[in-house]
Design a protein around this ligand. Structure first.
Ligand SMILES: [Mg+2]
Length: 263
């Protein structure tokens, strides 16, 4: 990982020529914290109208294929974006749909029932912790603690760790923004999902752009050494080549892309 990356908005000249010359552009966008700012209630996260129109314009461009990739389920992000011609990669890339692509990671699919059971048990255990929410998302689960008193978070963490420790070969725990995510152990990640999508969209020479703010996006940055990889948010060690400060800067870049490259 490199400690520093270049601000993409200050270095557009370095990517403009490559983007103009690209026969095909594969644009990958994370959702929360990348396309939309964090909101207190994740169920309220909405794409603003300007950004939706920009994305719609990009998705109509014949040279470009857009993928939204997220820890949310594919149906959740599809409902929030609502654009045709876009690929949706949900549950950290374990499920992929759109543009006639259809993929569910088989190991994760086989553990779905086990995870549902684990989620039900955790919800029962955390019933008396005010604000704790266990969200079963099909292939993964999230335990949200953003509404929980700070003094109770450690208790939630121990409960989640204990639940995962009962099936350590099947599941692992990752920390996301104000939540603990329970993920099946599959060897699959956002990087594998990106490779799968690149392969199935059938153009080895495509130029990939990937924007994301999560630790899980680092797996994708690493499989795109020749791509335009962009870490969104606070500056931390990252494998991305560029960085952008926040979703507003992401929107500015997407606007620039539609006006200067795809027009
Ligand atoms: Mg994110």
């Amino acid at each position: 990982m490199k400690a520093m990356c270049h601000s993409l908005l200050q270095d557009l000249a370095s990517v403009e020529e490559r983007l103009r010359a690209a026969v095909r552009i594969l644009l990958f966008l994370d959702f929360d914290g990348t396309l939309v700012p964090f909101v207190q209630d994740p169920s309220e996260a909405r794409l603003d109208e300007g950004a939706r129109q920009t994305l719609a314009q990009i998705s109509r461009n014949a040279r470009t294929v857009t993928t939204i990739i997220s820890g949310r389920s594919a149906s959740d992000i599809c409902g929030r974006i609502g654009l045709d011609g876009v690929v949706y990669a949900g549950n950290h890339g374990l499920e992929i749909c759109g543009r006639r692509l259809q993929f569910v990671e088989p190991v994760a699919a086989a553990r779905q029932e086990k995870l549902a059971h684990l989620s039900t048990q955790l919800a029962a255990q955390l019933r008396d912790v005010e604000g704790a929410i266990v969200e079963f998302k099909g292939l993964t689960a999230s335990v949200h603690y953003r509404w929980v008193a700070a003094s109770e978070v450690a208790r939630i963490q121990s409960a989640v760790e204990a639940a995962v420790a009962l099936a350590p070969a099947s599941f692992r725990l990752i920390s996301s923004k104000m939540a603990f995510d329970i993920i099946p152990r599959t060897g699959w990640d956002k990087g594998k999902a990106v490779c799968w999508i690149k392969q199935h969209l059938g153009n080895g020479k495509a130029l990939s752009i990937y924007l994301g703010d999560d630790l899980t996006d680092e797996d994708a940055f690493r499989v795109l050494p020749d791509g335009i990889t962009v870490k969104v948010g606070s500056i931390t060690a990252t494998s991305a080549r560029y960085c952008l400060a926040d979703p507003a800067a992401v929107h500015e870049f997407l606007n620039w892309l539609t006006r200067h490259v795809l027009a």
